[in-house]
Design a protein around this ligand. Structure first.
Ligand SMILES: [Ca+2]
Length: 136
């Protein structure tokens, strides 16, 4: 494999990439697909294979797990942007594929996963928070 070839995200995992279109260094985060927390509360403690920090650096994401993935612009599952990004099982995105008038490239700082709803969707309500869900 050449240095520029995209690394394939293993089935069942959530993978982050430094560059768009699953390029650049990859990070496979088992903490998002295994208990007890199924989450990463602060990306500053997580790294790509090249040891660079995930924080404010993710440019594409693959969710090859069977769980819903939520991404947040700030640590501790918060977002000063008043929305979170929701990725369905088996989906992928470039972080600059914005439909919101603001780019999410190099911005994400925390994430968690959860089981799909009984209707098979990812539109989980989180307490009384008024997130504007961006569903892919
Ligand atoms: Ca951030």
């Amino acid at each position: 494999m050449s240095a520029s070839a995209a690394a394939v995200c293993p089935i069942g995992k959530v993978c982050f990439y430094q560059d768009s279109q699953e390029r650049g260094s990859m990070s496979v985060q088992d903490r998002l697909t295994s208990g007890p927390y199924y989450s990463i509360h602060d990306f500053r403690n997580s790294h790509y294979h090249n040891n660079a920090s995930l924080n404010d650096s993710i440019s594409s994401v693959v969710n090859s797990s069977s769980r819903c993935l939520n991404l947040f612009a700030d640590p501790d599952f918060r977002s000063s942007r008043s929305y979170r990004i929701i990725m369905a099982p088996g989906s992928r995105m470039d972080m600059d594929d914005t439909m919101k008038g603001v780019s999410d490239n190099d911005a994400m700082s925390s994430a968690y996963t959860y089981n799909v709803d009984s209707d098979g969707k990812c539109d989980q309500k989180v307490g009384s928070q008024t997130f504007f869900p961006f569903v892919l």
